[in-house]
Design a protein around this ligand. Structure first.
Ligand code: ATP
Length: 232
């Protein structure tokens, strides 16, 4: 089962293990928003520890690369940060994080919907008029190198363009916590590079951003690194 399939399968199942995960919502105050991990560790069904003793605080406007070998628990830790999965040990406290937005490996857009509409709709759904929403959407598309494709349909995008659109849409979603799983996993080197070049754009969302990745270039494009090898 791929990491992404596992994420899909554990989405509804917040298993009741020994650790805890709590939310304190102080009305989405970005200044004080953070995720605090306190001595977090996880193992499935009493097996060996995937990781242990993770103590750190994640802040907005940082882009954290979550790295480690295949099977080290990157997807699992993303789920724990999101609150989908309880850690077997330790505590996760999310303060003023607002909504969680996931960007998964395979870009999911609406085939015949225009690129700009994918990014404008979150603004419209928050009450903006279409003109205003399209202006906001266009400036975000610019950050992700997609403004020249605004009028194209999703189905006409290349893999890298589609993935960048998912990143732009995640920023537009106004989530407080953006969790990105292997954004370059399905892409060739040149296309992956085009995604990596735009990753810094995620920090303008004001969200806390965590990117699970195998790709050293993705890691280098982030502002901070969490290496699970340091927690075994
Ligand atoms: N719900 C589950 N029940 C039991 N074992 C699980 C479950 N989810 C994941 N695992 C196991 O935990 C380990 C870590 O999986 P995880 O997907 O978190 O690793 P990963 O670092 O994201 O891997 P990859 O880089 O290959 O996607 C794997 O051995 C996996 O088989």
């Amino acid at each position: 089962m791929s990491g992404q399939d596992r994420l899909e399968s554990i989405r509804p199942a917040v298993a009741g293990l020994a650790g805890t995960s709590t939310v304190q919502d102080n009305s989405g105050d970005e200044q004080s928003a953070h995720v605090k991990l306190d001595d977090v560790g996880h193992s499935f069904d009493g097996d060996d520890w995937l990781f242990r003793h993770i103590t750190m605080t994640l802040y907005p406007r940082r882009v954290y690369a979550l790295v480690g070998p295949s099977g080290s628990g990157k997807s699992t830790l993303l789920s724990i940060v999101a609150g989908w999965q309880q850690p077997a040990q330790g505590k996760v406290i999310r303060v003023s994080c607002g909504r969680v937005c996931w960007v998964l490996q395979n870009p999911h857009g609406v085939a015949r919907r225009k690129v700009i509409d994918h990014v404008a709709l979150p603004y419209i759904s928050r009450g903006e008029r279409r003109n205003e929403a399209e202006e906001h959407a266009l400036s975000l598309l610019r950050v992700f190198g997609l403004d020249h494709l605004a009028a194209k349909q999703f189905r006409d995008l290349s893999g890298g363009e589609a993935q960048r659109l998912m990143l732009a849409r995640a920023v537009a979603s106004h989530a407080g916590l953006l969790l990105v799983d292997e954004p370059t996993a399905q892409l060739d080197l040149a296309t992956a590079a085009s995604v990596n070049r735009t990753l810094h754009g995620l920090s303008i969302s004001g969200a806390i951003v965590v990117v699970a990745t195998h790709d050293p270039r993705t890691r280098d494009a982030c502002t901070d690194i969490i290496d699970l090898r340091d927690y075994q």
